[in-house]
Design a protein around this ligand. Structure first.
Ligand SMILES: CC(C)(COP(=O)(O)OP(=O)(O)OC[C@H]1O[C@@H](n2cnc3c(N)ncnc32)[C@H](O)[C@@H]1OP(=O)(O)O)[C@@H](O)C(=O)NCCC(=O)NCCS
Length: 280
């Protein structure tokens, strides 16, 4: 069956397992191969404020051969996942799914669509450019070894989500969608240790031997005073105490200040993502 006989439909609740199977087939040959469990898929959906009923699937007969996950928040929309199974690529299905996502976003009141694409993902980048998406900024992911640090000043206090929410809003304004939205912070807060001082906050989490720092924010008024470095030293040291040997961070803006911070901790950049957007 070719792309001509294809039907696009909203996902039904009974198709969740089939969607996860399709997702795992699609991303098995990805730049970073991704295999999601039911639980980690649900975690991802919550972190982007996504809803299963808004996922559109491309069906060939009964089989899911592609999907797109559009998320709308006010006048902004975001593509929280797009993919076509390998044997059905290059037949225009990706473009059809993106067009369906844009129509949905527009109907829901969005006037702009954002997405992120790994720099080396040429097929996806070409598709987005053809549809009118324009590159805006780049985000970096990086890894370093956990290390013992002392001398990070007054340790930040263990805090709760409500104590850091306003600080998060101020310090992440204008950054990556996956980080600046309240629901992204809420999802991380469920599983992370949260720390705060007067001018900044940091979230950290251990999974087996790997530490994660999903958020580290400093109030824009208090920048360039070493607050971020103190929080980073504290977080790296805390993850060392928790028994991790490797630390990963994701989606930080690719700018000079962040690059200097990465150098300071011997972080090696593992991935560069490009944010693209389109006015509807
Ligand atoms: C990106 C993806 C969804 C595209 O789906 P698709 O159904 O093949 O998309 P289309 O057929 O509508 O368009 C694909 C375009 O990419 C181009 N393309 C394919 N492989 C390419 C490559 N290696 N380099 C450059 N362009 C490439 C095709 O030529 C086509 O452009 P054209 O119509 O101008 O010829 C699909 O490749 C995929 O699922 N990839 C893995 C998951 C992924 O990367 N998702 C996006 C994450 S941001």
């Amino acid at each position: 069956m070719g792309a001509d006989e294809l039907v696009l439909k909203r996902l039904s609740a009974q198709q969740l397992d089939a969607l996860i199977d399709a997702q795992n087939e699609i991303f098995a040959d990805y730049i970073i191969p991704i295999r999601l469990s039911r639980e980690s898929f649900a975690e991802f959906m919550r972190s982007v404020g996504g809803k299963l009923e808004n996922v559109t699937v491309a069906l060939s007969g009964d089989e899911i051969v592609g999907y797109v996950n559009p998320v709308v928040d006010g006048t902004e929309a975001w593509i929280g996942g797009l993919g076509v199974v390998p044997r059905m690529r290059n037949q225009g299905i990706g473009a059809k799914l993106m067009e369906a996502a844009e129509t949905y976003a527009e109907e829901e009141g969005a006037d702009e669509v954002l997405l992120e694409v790994i720099e080396g993902n040429l097929a996806a980048k070409k598709l987005y450019e053809k549809l009118g998406y324009v590159q805006r900024v780049a985000y970096l992911s990086a890894e370093c070894n956990a290390a013992r640090f002392a001398g990070f000043g007054q340790p930040p206090r263990r805090s709760a989500l409500e104590d850091i929410a306003p600080l998060h809003q101020r310090s992440y304004a204008g950054t990556c969608w996956q980080r600046r939205k309240g629901f992204a912070l809420e999802e991380s807060a469920r599983t992370c240790e949260i720390y705060k001082n007067d001018d900044g906050f940091v979230l950290l989490r251990r999974i087996a031997g790997t530490g994660f720092i999903p958020f580290l924010g400093v109030d824009p008024e208090s920048r360039r005073r070493g607050v971020g470095t103190c929080l980073a030293k504290f977080a790296v040291n805390r993850l060392w105490e928790l028994g991790t040997f490797k630390i990963a961070i994701y989606n930080i803006d690719d700018n000079d200040a962040n690059r200097r911070m990465l150098d300071l901790f011997d972080f090696a950049v593992t991935l560069k993502q490009i944010e693209m957007r389109k006015k509807l």
